[in-house]
Design a protein around this ligand. Structure first.
Ligand SMILES: Cc1cc2nc3c(=O)[nH]c(=O)nc-3n(C[C@H](O)[C@H](O)[C@H](O)COP(=O)(O)OP(=O)(O)OC[C@H]3O[C@@H](n4cnc5c(N)ncnc54)[C@H](O)[C@@H]3O)c2cc1C
Length: 490
């Protein structure tokens, strides 16, 4: 292993880079792939469009963070009826720097579905859980020491009162000895796999956007990039791993002329939300609850959202005339969501001449029913937790004070009146041997000798749980297969 003294990353300035392995994107998939391949002796270059933002220099879940670490400051949307607002990280470490850090292993029934329906070859649950164990150690996946936060406790209390299944989700966090719920340090990629890749000799360049791959026949040889100073540059490589996330991986492949089954099967976990008011102060502005309620999973899950005053205001905004006054009492309010496993599908389409792709998503009738039922049950959960007023987030929503008011909610709710959102995007370049898969069982794009995907785009469909654990488990599995079947250039 080469130990380097150079800084971990540098902004891209050279007009020409040369590498054996090019990894595009430094998020959950890209960083994990980079560490494994560099440790196996490959010459690795990671390019990241966003900047390296040290943890601690921005407040988690703040507007400042959205400006610095999210794509388009968090304002991105999949068009449809209703449209679905989505957010993605765009910085060194990608989504892992901004996300809630809630860890779930890929569920056994999901792995079995992917093996049988998408024909993923050699998908062995024992191997996947051995990898999950490694990841849990590497990321320090752990529960909160001592008491969970008040908004998390509310979820737990409500679920217990209704006898609904609930549990604390562990997170990738390190807590100091004697620490508490608010003293954890997120074990994102800039803290874990990117330094590990660097220690093994990988170069990491930031503020470098890959526009397109030059492809001739069945091979790609070069990437056209925009450097940190806005000038064009080039990167020559032997193999390329595209890990730009579920929206930008398919868009880049399409811009490079690859289209077969690419971008046609976007899967997301759509959510609707509400703001719950309690008699006592409950708000924690810079963290999210760790409890999740899984009584109706995988169809519907409940959890808590970031709830700083700006986000409380956004939760009230759909019915501002009626609910807006409540923002003055934000210390007694926390925001919660109902997420569903959607049967709908979306598309990502690169548009010539435009920087960002067009994203669309179609919710099915069953999805819309689940969102209605999810919001009603979430409201009941909050009342059972002791909320004295619940403000559902949709235009014309009623104020709910008692379970009897929920019938009114059920009657008046429509997804077209609600702000439907998602932070879980996947499945735009599904892997497997089934003819509808865009890449083979280990992420190699069909018909291409040296183009691979290894990020959330490869998951065949939505896992129904927080996805980062699944993304990283597959990234490790596929990187290991690559190492077994390819040798580093001597
Ligand atoms: C607010 C939020 C909360 C979340 N909470 C959780 C949670 O609690 N638990 C969980 O499991 N998951 C959570 N997720 C989802 C999780 O973060 C993602 O599933 C995961 O990060 C996906 O990994 P990825 O490698 O596919 O993409 P990302 O981590 O998004 O990384 C992709 C990177 O590629 C870069 N890139 C894209 N295109 C290019 C290009 N052309 N050139 C150069 N670089 C490029 C991007 O800038 C980005 O940094 C959350 C996500 C968000 C946004």
């Amino acid at each position: 292993m080469t130990v380097l003294n150079s800084p971990i990353h540098s902004p891209a300035t050279e007009s020409l880079y040369d590498t054996e392995i090019l990894i595009i994107g430094s998020g959950a998939g890209g960083a994990t792939t980079a560490a494994l391949l560099a440790e196996a002796g490959f010459d690795v270059l990671v390019v990241e469009e966003g900047a390296w933002v040290e943890q601690g220099t921005v407040v988690p879940f703040s507007l400042d963070q959205m400006n610095q670490q999210y794509r388009s400051a968090g304002v991105t949307v999949a068009l449809g009826l209703p449209s679905i607002a989505y957010t993605e990280g765009r910085c060194a470490g990608g989504g892992t720097e901004v996300n809630s850090g809630l860890y779930r292993r890929p569920p056994a029934d999901v792995l079995e579905r992917w093996r049988t329906q998408y024909h993923i070859r050699d998908l062995d649950p024992d191997e996947m859980y051995a990898i999950a164990h490694e990841l849990e150690t590497a990321l320090n996946v752990t529960k909160v020491p001592g008491k969970v936060s008040a908004p998390s406790m509310a979820l737990h209390r409500g679920a217990e009162a209704l006898s609904w299944e609930n549990s604390e989700s562990p997170r990738w966090m390190k807590y100091p000895a004697g620490g508490n719920a608010s003293s954890g340090q997120r074990q994102s990629m800039t803290r874990t796999y990117l330094p590990r890749a660097h220690r093994a000799g990988a170069r990491i360049i930031t503020q470098c956007r890959v526009r397109k791959l030059a492809i001739r026949g069945t091979s790609a040889s070069e990437a056209a990039v925009v450097l940190a100073n806005g000038q064009p540059g080039r990167i020559r490589f032997r193999h390329v791993f595209v890990c730009g996330g579920a929206i930008h991986t398919p868009a880049l492949l399409q811009r490079s002329g690859l289209h077969e089954h690419i971008g046609d099967t976007l899967a997301v976990h759509p959510t609707v939300k509400l703001a719950a008011h309690f008699r006592e102060a409950i708000n924690v502005p810079d963290d999210v609850p760790v409890h999740q309620v899984k009584e109706f999973a995988p169809e519907i899950s409940f959890g808590g959202s970031a709830s700083n005053p700006g986000l409380v205001a956004m939760a009230l905004a759909d019915n501002w005339a009626e609910f807006g006054h409540a923002v003055n009492d934000w210390q007694r309010i926390s925001v919660y969501y109902a997420a569903i496993t959607s049967q709908g599908k979306g598309r990502v389409k690169a548009i010539p001449g435009m920087r960002d792709p067009l994203v669309t998503y179609h919710l099915t009738g069953r999805d819309k029913q689940l969102l209605r039922s999810g919001l009603s049950r979430l409201t009941l959960l909050m009342l059972a937790a002791g909320a004295d007023e619940v403000y559902p987030s949709y235009r014309g929503a009623p104020l709910v004070r008692t379970p009897g008011d929920i019938a009114n909610l059920q009657h008046s709710f429509a997804t077209t009146k609600a702000t439907v959102m998602t932070v879980h995007l996947c499945s735009t370049v599904p892997i497997g041997e089934h003819p509808r898969c865009a890449a083979n069982s280990f992420g190699q794009i069909r018909g291409m000798k040296n183009v691979w995907v290894n990020d959330a785009s490869m998951l065949p469909d939505a896992p129904g749980v927080n996805p980062q654990g699944s993304v990283q488990a597959f990234a490790v599995r596929n990187a290991r297969r690559f190492i077994e079947t390819n040798s580093p250039r001597g």
